[in-house]
Design a protein around this ligand. Structure first.
Ligand SMILES: [Zn+2]
Length: 309
């Protein structure tokens, strides 16, 4: 039976009237994030940090038993396992090498294991098994600025209104919204789940590795079913569609990441497949198809280093 090594998710998501990622606010105007493509085209972007954060938050939500997470990740604190070491006495930290710190993190916490962490003392880092690139607007993205007026009964207005009966203060905000199709790239490395990157031993058993693998796939399903991000309280994105390709490698071959910015990316992937046996391509034509295809791969066995087939 084939064992899953890596997964890449390459697709195009269509969101209407969202405000997921913004450059920042100057005065009362919030600017949308602008990025430049290789051919000089300016387009709209949603950062990989934002998408990765959303995936981690969905994993947290889907983890029924929060005891499977470290103290920091239980409350979604970004310090992750480093919080444990920061609160330790200096002399106790001496008993920990980074190898041992990694073992502790992997054993205690599914989010530290999959999403990676930095430890200050003993110094070291674990790179994430889940990666996201920028979501890039496939030209053209439609932008609009909506004026949002916040009415408030200020002190003066309150005095006045009690005299005159009706006047209120008003604050005007300029809020951007965007509509369009975005190219998504994400990479997931199941072979690294539970793998201590210092001594290359697996620190949890295969059953727990599979549990974490399924949790991560569920988080992918959840995030594309409801995209979170900035300004969702009043700019909750309208998800229209998500279509693309899930690439699975069933042997130790790195999963390719070809940008869905290119119209012919699916054809390119099919052409590559004829040369590389380890590749499996699962196309999805809509959001429900995406959920089904992810479900299909969730039952797969995981590739383990040193485990010859
Ligand atoms: Zn953690």
């Amino acid at each position: 039976m084939s064992k899953i090594y890596e997964v890449s998710i390459l697709g195009r998501a269509t969101w209407d009237l969202h405000s997921l990622n913004n450059e920042g606010t100057v005065g009362n105007v919030t600017e949308p994030r602008t990025v430049v493509l290789a051919d000089g085209t300016k387009t709209d972007g949603i950062s990989g940090e934002m998408l990765k954060h959303i995936h981690a938050a969905k994993m947290w939500e889907l983890e029924k038993n929060k005891k499977n997470l470290c103290e920091a990740c239980k409350v979604l604190e970004p310090t992750r396992i480093d919080r444990f070491f920061q609160t330790m006495k200096r002399e106790d930290r001496k008993n920990y090498t980074f190898e041992k710190a990694t073992e502790k993190a992997i054993k205690e916490c599914a989010i530290c294991d999959l999403h990676g962490f930095l430890v200050q003392t003993p110094t070291g880092s674990r790179t994430s098994t889940i990666e996201f690139g920028w979501a890039l607007g496939v030209p053209k993205i439609y932008r609009d600025i909506h004026i949002h007026a916040r009415h408030a009964l200020g002190e003066k207005a309150r005095e006045k209104s009690s005299e005159e009966g009706s006047e209120t203060t008003q604050m005007i905000y300029h809020r951007p919204t965007r509509s369009g199709t975005y190219a998504i790239v994400s990479l997931f490395q199941p072979w690294r789940i539970g793998l201590n990157n210092v001594n290359f031993d697996y620190n949890v058993d295969l059953e727990e590795r599979k549990r974490r693998y399924k949790l991560s796939l569920k988080a992918y399903q959840a995030m594309f079913l409801r995209m979170d991000g900035a300004m969702t309280t009043t700019r909750l994105p309208h998800t229209e569609e998500f279509e693309g390709t899930i690439i699975v490698t069933n042997d130790n071959f790195p999963a390719p990441v070809i940008s869905p910015l290119r119209n012919e990316y699916k054809e390119t992937l099919k052409a590559i497949k004829s040369q590389i046996d380890a590749l499996e391509i699962l196309e999805f034509n809509n959001i429900s198809d995406f959920v089904n295809k992810i479900e299909e791969i969730s039952g797969k066995d995981l590739y383990t280093i040193g485990d010859s087939k």
